[in-house]
Design a protein around this ligand. Structure first.
Ligand code: HMH
Length: 221
């Protein structure tokens, strides 16, 4: 029998917050087909800015993996994630075009600025690898779990939103998130009490900012 990892234990401990981030009314409205398209467009434009800010954070995690991990498959998993962000940015531009949104005029809203501020603080060299990889995994996993829910059994997701849901809800992205979680668990096993505290706080911050990000998208309509 396999002992559960630290990340699974934390998600159980903070179950309400985790559910709040992955089963938000915005996501539930996509899944049941009642989503307000204005909210979706706000989310799309704001998330484009978020993903741009996510790139330097991802790069900082890559640097930490290179320097601090004795297992070089860590770096390759993260490199795959970093490389995929180039395609993701192109996807956002193309999707915005389809919806008639001009990305050059988008102004980041407060919850987005706050979340990008968290990314920036986690980019600092003094942030331990175990803490950074925990946050990195959580950020990706919230989207994976949220959008996979929109594609699951009985979902009524509108056709024009299915591609968006597939982007994060597909099985390959699910396996990638699982790899990140395994890496995080391995490093948390070796972490000091202080690091563990910091990693748990980082996970909670990510979940809270994700809820605020969804709230922001809904509040725009
Ligand atoms: C707000 N969280 C937010 N945007 C994203 N694109 C992801 C997570 C996944 O990378």
């Amino acid at each position: 029998e396999k002992k559960i990892g630290m990340t699974e234990a934390w998600l159980r401990k903070h179950r309400l917050l985790h559910t709040g981030a992955t089963r938000h009314p915005f996501i539930l409205s996509i899944r049941d087909g009642t989503v307000d398209i204005a909210a979706f467009k706000t989310w799309l434009a704001q998330d484009y800015l978020f993903v741009r800010a996510f790139v330097p954070f991802a790069a900082s995690v890559l640097i930490k993996a290179y320097k601090e991990s004795d297992d070089n498959t860590d770096m390759e998993v993260i490199l795959g994630g970093v490389a995929a962000l180039k395609d993701e940015i192109s996807w956002f531009k193309n999707e915005a075009n389809k919806w008639g949104i001009s990305l050059s005029n988008v102004v980041p809203q407060k919850p987005n600025k706050n979340y990008c501020g968290l990314l920036d603080s986690l980019t600092r060299p003094e942030v331990e690898y175990s803490v950074a990889i925990t946050a990195f995994w959580a950020i990706e996993a919230v989207y994976q779990e949220s959008f996979a829910h929109c594609l699951g059994e009985g979902s009524q997701t509108p056709q024009e939103l299915k591609e968006t849901c597939e982007r994060w809800g597909n099985e390959g992205f699910g396996r990638y998130c699982q790899s990140l979680q395994n890496i995080a668990n391995l490093h948390l096993q070796k972490a000091s009490d202080d690091e563990l505290k910091n990693a748990e706080v980082a996970l909670l911050s990510v979940l809270e900012h994700e809820v605020e990000f969804w709230n922001m998208s809904c509040a725009s309509v």
